[in-house]
Design a protein around this ligand. Structure first.
Ligand SMILES: Nc1ncnc2c1ncn2[C@@H]1O[C@H](COP(=O)(O)OP(=O)(O)OP(=O)(O)O)[C@@H](O)[C@H]1O
Length: 257
């Protein structure tokens, strides 16, 4: 079931089209990966879907135009995790995660506490709860910001490169977590650059090139040789393991051997 649907989405800045005519849908129960080369328009698309950028076209949340929702309703229904995981205030980690509860009211009731604890544990930062967020490593801070987004308990989670800065164990842990959240009914859309993790964990992929959708569908249909060459200018080696076909980027196109 489509939860968030964008139709004919376009964003232009000073006459340049950053994304153009994009149709995309995020479905309940699915972890959708958004892929594409640097500058392809992934972050622009995610911000547009979150209602954070003026764009042309239509965005519907549960069948109703996104602009028909109040700001407060949108803050409860759509959680957006920005690229870069910047933190600006010297707050304890737990208070940063608790900010995710603010769209629901004061955020300090027993249910809020339970949601915050769950988010802290799910992202493996419970032992950092009292630390000043500004003193954390990049990967630790990335997990705090994801925990804050999870604490919103939204209908839709939009996360821009949530794996950036994470070690391999935490990459797997976070992808397992996002897949489990999706399986429990959340619609999840994430931008990522790791083709292997995308193939392994995402239920659907959207591949962008120059602000347009090159392909969308199941990972094995989107990560074929022709599309990888068109989107990234690479050739991949494909391994089959445990029912997954996993592409490993190998070389640039036009290179022999
Ligand atoms: N405010 C802006 N003004 C002008 N150009 C912009 C603006 N925002 C983004 N762009 C350009 O639009 C294009 C798409 O940017 P976007 O951040 O969406 O790319 P991306 O696919 O997320 O890239 P990356 O993988 O590097 O994060 C880029 O060429 C970028 O330089």
């Amino acid at each position: 079931m489509s939860v968030l649907r964008g139709t004919g989405l376009g964003v232009a800045v000073r006459g340049r089209r950053l994304i153009d005519g994009i149709d995309v849908e995020l479905r309940a129960g699915e972890l959708t990966g958004i892929l594409g080369a640097n500058g392809a328009g992934k972050s622009t698309l995610l911000k547009a879907l979150a209602g954070l950028l003026p764009c042309s076209g239509r965005i519907a949340l549960d069948g109703r135009p996104l602009h028909a929702y109040s700001i407060a309703e949108r803050a409860r229904l759509v959680a957006y995790l920005a690229q870069g995981h910047a933190a600006h205030w010297p707050l304890p980690v737990r208070e940063v995660v608790a900010l995710g509860r603010l769209p629901h009211g004061r955020g300090d009731g027993p249910h809020d506490d339970a949601v915050i604890e769950r988010a802290l544990h799910a992202t493996d930062i419970a032992d950092l709860a009292s630390r000043n967020v500004l003193t954390l490593s990049g990967g630790e801070r990335a997990r705090v910001m994801l925990a804050r987004a999870l604490a919103v308990t939204p209908r839709v989670l939009l996360a821009d490169e949530p794996l950036a800065a994470l070690d391999p164990a935490h990459q797997i842990r976070i992808m397992q977590l996002l897949a489990a959240e999706a399986a429990a009914g959340l619609a999840v859309g994430i931008v990522l650059h790791d083709l292997t993790l995308a193939a392994r964990f995402c239920t659907r992929l959207v591949l962008l090139g120059h602000g347009r959708v090159l392909a969308a569908g199941a990972p094995r249909d989107v990560l074929g040789d022709d599309l990888l060459a068109a989107a990234f200018g690479i050739r991949a080696v494909h391994f089959d393991h445990d029912g997954c076909t996993l592409p490993v980027p190998w070389q640039l196109t036009g290179v022999d051997g």
